[in-house]
Each structure stands twice: as C-alpha cells, then as structure tokens.
Ligand binder design. Structure first.
Ligand code: HEC
Length: 112
C-alpha cells in the first residue's frame, strides 16, 4: 500500500466523519429551536403532528411559504414575528423538519 493511498484514505475518512457530524449538528440546532419556541406543543416533538396542530415533517412547505405562514398566521396558530424568532432559527427549524425520516407505512404490518 502506498503512502499516498493511505493519505487519500484517511482524508476521505475525515471528510466523511466531518460531514456526518455537521449534519447531526444542524439537526440538533433545529430540533433544539423547535423545542425552545414551543412548536412541539402543537406539532409534536418531531413535527409529526398532534390533535392541536398539523404534521410538518418530513416535507415542510418550501421555506418562503413556511416562513410567510409562521410570521403572519392569524388563525389558531399564534404568529411568530422576526423579533421573537430570528430567521436563522426559523431556517434551522425548517432544516430539522426537512431532515426527518418518512413515517413508517403501517399498512405493511397489517395482514391483507
Ligand atoms: C398553539 C399551537 C401551535 C403552536 C405553538 C405552533 N403551531 Fe404551527 N400550526 C398550528 C395550527 C393549529 C396550524 C394549522 C393552521 C391554523 O389553523 O392556524 C398550524 C400550521 C402551521 C404551519 C402551516 C402548515 C401547513 O402545511 O400548511 C406551519 C409551517 C407551522 N404551523 C409551523 C410552526 C412552527 C415553526 C412553530 C414554532 C415556531 C409553530 N408552528 C407553533 C398550531 C400551532
């Protein structure tokens, strides 16, 4: 095994580990914000939805529509203006919701 191959292999490994750590960090931030701003109280701790609010994950509205709704909601959901919930945090929340795995199809487990 040549030295340059080893260098390449360890570099690839570092890049892989680095990018997966980065993804986890982004998820953690978004999830922390989702909990901090109380979205979970109506939308469920993972955005899965409850009787008080619709499901938001894993495919939230595109960011423009998502933020327009959150900022100006005037129905059951209280609006969260930028002074209360900065864009950066709302983007992290959106990234977190987008990163959720799809729900399990329960029909697969039911006998026909
Ligand atoms: C008091 C309960 C409550 C809280 C807290 C809440 N929501 Fe909602 N949300 C709702 C309800 C109910 C709806 C359905 C629309 C309506 O009636 O206002 C909704 C709708 C939405 C929608 C539109 C969904 C769609 O697909 O049309 C988004 C996006 C959303 N909420 C994001 C958030 C985020 C992000 C937070 C936290 C910053 C949050 N919500 C906090 C109750 C809540």
């Amino acid at each position: 095994m040549t030295r340059s191959f080893l260098q390449f292999a360890s570099l690839s490994f570092a890049v892989l580990v680095g990018s997966s750590l980065q993804a986890t960090a982004a998820d953690d931030t978004g999830h922390a914000q989702f909990l901090k701003y109380g979205c979970w109280q109506c939308h469920g701790t993972e955005g899965q939805g409850t009787s008080a609010g619709p499901k938001l994950a894993p495919e939230p509205l595109p960011y423009e529509a998502f933020s327009a709704f959150v900022r100006s909601s005037s129905r059951q959901m209280p609006p969260f203006r930028e002074q209360v919930l900065p864009d950066q945090d709302l983007q992290a929340i959106h990234a977190y919701l987008s990163s959720r795995p799809p729900a399990v199809d329960v029909k697969k487990f039911i006998d026909p």
